[in-house]
Design a protein around this ligand. Structure first.
Ligand code: KG4
Ligand code: ZN
Length: 341
């Protein structure tokens, strides 16, 4: 596609605790602004009411900065892509209502994007020629899923967590170890100084053909271990963190191995915030080499919640003329589902 035919898309993301806006021409990122709400750190988790208020304060500034950085006039965009679910109701409403108002004022189409789809399409920002079908491991604070992506809006969920999401288990374990929030990056960092074999935590692999996952037993095992063996120094904390992380990653890698065998897919994508984990990346690289499959993962900034991935989904929707009505409503428990397009 020639440069001036590529659609110019504004993406907006506000489903949880990041207020983000990005402008893409095709899959080229012209600007990308992320405001992470640090206010939640003191509470050890996201406080929904505070998240909505923070989005409200930040949304105009974040969008204005995205236009300034891209050197684009507001009226020049072709469409506005916005997350409408899943996520926190109040948080979603801030981004969605802002996008609807802008679409109405500019007379431009609105594209409502499922946040999970945004994560699935994030690799296109780095690898625009990536072709479906591919296997995707989506691991974030809210989701842990193995998805067979057959094409645009064609998905089969092969397996998913039956309880806690992988990122949630990182956050909860970090809280038990009094490390702070969000826990994933902190556990990743201190695990580098720890022994992953110091404590054997359970790997819930379920029955041998299952692609579903479970992480709540692991969290309980960490809690029980800490109660019986309170860590006396930084080394003991690092050892528990590294042992916990190894249990999560072994489980994920084994499930991906089964899914690759089951589907025969030869391309694999890692997505979601936990895909930023250095050990997970290393182990998945080894698995990809062993199984002779191509592994793609988005750059770190596009793994965690961001508007560039929402705009990337918007580009695909725009090309297929898939637009949303202006009375689109936020859907906090929106599921991933295929559509006929
Ligand atoms: O995708 P994301 O930004 O938001 C959701 O849609 O949930 O993912 C956030 C999650 C948090 O649970 C955070 O602890 C985790 O991703 N995370 C990590 C790492 N960086 C972020 N988990 C493990 N290792 C990391 N390096
Ligand atoms: Zn996310």
């Amino acid at each position: 596609m020639s440069e001036n035919k590529k659609p110019l898309i504004l993406g907006i993301e506000s489903s949880c605790d990041e207020t983000s806006a990005a402008i893409l021409r095709g899959f080229d990122v012209l600007s990308h602004i992320v405001y992470s709400q640090i206010i939640h750190r003191q509470y050890g988790g996201v406080v929904p009411e505070l998240a909505s208020r923070e989005h409200e304060k930040a949304i105009i500034r974040v969008c204005q900065e995205a236009f300034d950085d891209a050197e684009i006039k507001v009226g020049d965009i072709d469409a506005i892509a916005v997350t409408y679910g899943p996520g926190l109701m109040g948080a979603l409403l801030v981004g969605l209502n802002f996008a609807k108002g802008l679409a109405l004022a500019l007379g431009k189409p609105l594209i409502g994007v499922n946040h999970i789809e945004g994560h699935l399409y994030a690799p296109f920002l780095e690898f625009p020629d990536l072709k479906a079908p591919y296997l995707c491991l989506l691991v974030s604070g809210g989701h842990t899923m193995l998805i067979d992506v057959q094409g645009f809006r064609k998905f089969t969920i092969l397996g998913q967590t039956l309880d806690d999401a992988a990122g949630e288990s990182f956050d909860k374990t970090a809280r038990l170890l009094k490390l702070g929030y969000p826990g994933g990056p902190l556990i990743d960092k201190i695990s580098r100084n720890g022994n992953p074999k110091a404590v054997h935590f359970p790997r819930a692999l379920l029955h041998k053909d299952s692609l579903d996952m479970s992480f709540s037993g692991l969290k309980t095992a960490v809690l029980n271990y800490i109660r019986q063996n309170p860590p006396g120094d930084d080394q003991a904390v690092a050892d528990i963190a590294a042992s916990f992380q190894a249990a999560v990653i072994d489980t994920l890698v084994e499930k991906v191995r089964r899914a690759a065998r089951f589907t025969g897919l030869k391309s694999m994508v890692l997505a979601g915030g936990v895909a930023a984990n250095s050990q997970l990346r290393a182990k998945m690289e080894n698995l990809a080499t062993e199984l002779k499959i191509d592994l793609f993962y988005p750059p770190l900034a596009y793994c965690t919640d961001n508007a560039a991935m929402i705009a990337a989904a918007g580009v695909l929707y725009y090309e297929k003329n898939c637009f949303s009505p202006l009375n689109l409503t936020a859907v906090p428990n929106l599921k991933l589902s295929s559509a006929d397009v």
